[in-house]
Design a protein around this ligand. Structure first.
Ligand SMILES: CC(=O)N[C@H](C=O)[C@@H](O)[C@H](O)[C@H](O)CO
Ligand SMILES: CC(=O)C(=O)O
Length: 286
């Protein structure tokens, strides 16, 4: 049961994101996209489909090209250039873990070097990689090593580390925060934007949060963050997982996005439906 990739729904999914959620920037083949469970060939096909179907609709397509093998990362980075991606991102390898921040920087440098014209991001997600290096240590001196380095996708809860990453900005780095339940705190710290699994169905909510903050309406931004927290906490109490997130994406988009691939197991549909119900009531729909 290899659970095949279904390329045919991507065009419709782009329309759903743009029209229903107001999401115009995507991060392809990341955690939610189960990139590490896919073959290099499948990842290439997905990138081509997203870039083609997103043309004229999406503003930015960042492609995650991280793998255990540096060679595979490089192949995917070269492919992302050809496919027309706007940027690439890389996680730390996690079976053989980099022994220190310098080793991870060297790994990132070797990937970035084959696609020097593409903006390059380090994707920090210690809960998944088990690599608990400080992101701020990884960033030390990275500007000189990787001229295309443009920033960080930070999916961790350590706002001390995140703050230190922001305070060392040479001026042209972008910070994307990836813990949806505490985005507002990260924005206060200086995050520029957000990438997260729940924005597949709370994209419009997070857009309202960002707009409220831009207007200086902190009370409204808090209200929206608390609503998002209520939904995420309810999901957590029901066993939130990548599989549940994917089922939520099916429920909310109405598209057959399918179950995850092994070793993950599908989520109980009734649980995802209960979370979807919670989402509607917390956000005041219906
Ligand atoms: C560890 C993890 O999967 N992080 C995701 C993004 O990177 C988040 O979007 C979380 O799924 C979300 O914040 C819920 O905890
Ligand atoms: C959600 C997210 O950040 C990812 O899929 O990588």
């Amino acid at each position: 049961m290899s659970r095949e990739v279904n390329l045919s729904v991507i065009g419709q999914y782009v329309d759903y994101l743009v029209l229903k959620q107001g999401v115009r920037k995507v991060f392809v083949n990341g955690t939610t996209g189960e990139s590490v469970s896919l073959s290099v060939e499948e990842r290439k096909q997905l990138v081509e489909e997203w870039c083609q179907k997103g043309k004229g609709k999406l503003e930015e397509v960042i492609v995650h090209v991280g793998c255990s093998s540096l060679k595979d990362c490089q192949e995917l980075a070269r492919h992302a250039v050809k496919a027309g991606a706007d940027g690439i991102a890389v996680i730390s390898p996690s079976f053989f873990k980099p022994p220190n921040a310098a080793a991870l920087r060297m790994f990132l440098q070797e990937v970035a070097a084959v696609a020097p014209a593409l903006p390059f991001y380090y994707y920090h997600i210690p809960s998944m990689t088990g690599v608990h290096l400080l992101a701020s240590d990884v960033l030390e001196g990275i500007d000189e090593m990787i001229p295309s380095f443009r920033g960080l996708k930070f999916s961790g809860s350590d706002l001390l580390d995140f703050g230190q990453c922001i305070s060392c900005n040479p001026g042209h780095w972008t910070y994307l925060y990836g813990m949806d339940e505490q985005l507002l705190a990260a924005l206060a710290m200086g995050a520029d934007g957000a990438v997260g699994s729940t924005y597949n169905y709370m994209g419009s909510t997070v857009n309202r949060l960002l707009a409220a903050l831009d207007k200086g309406d902190l009370a409204q931004a808090r209200t929206l963050q608390f609503q998002m927290q209520e939904i995420i906490l309810f999901a957590m109490k029901n066993g939130f997982s990548l599989a549940m997130n994917k089922q939520m994406m099916c429920e909310l988009s109405g598209l057959p996005l399918g179950p995850p691939r092994l070793p993950l197991l599908p989520c109980d549909v009734a649980k995802a439906q209960a979370v979807a119900q919670k989402l509607h009531s917390a956000l005041g729909h219906q």
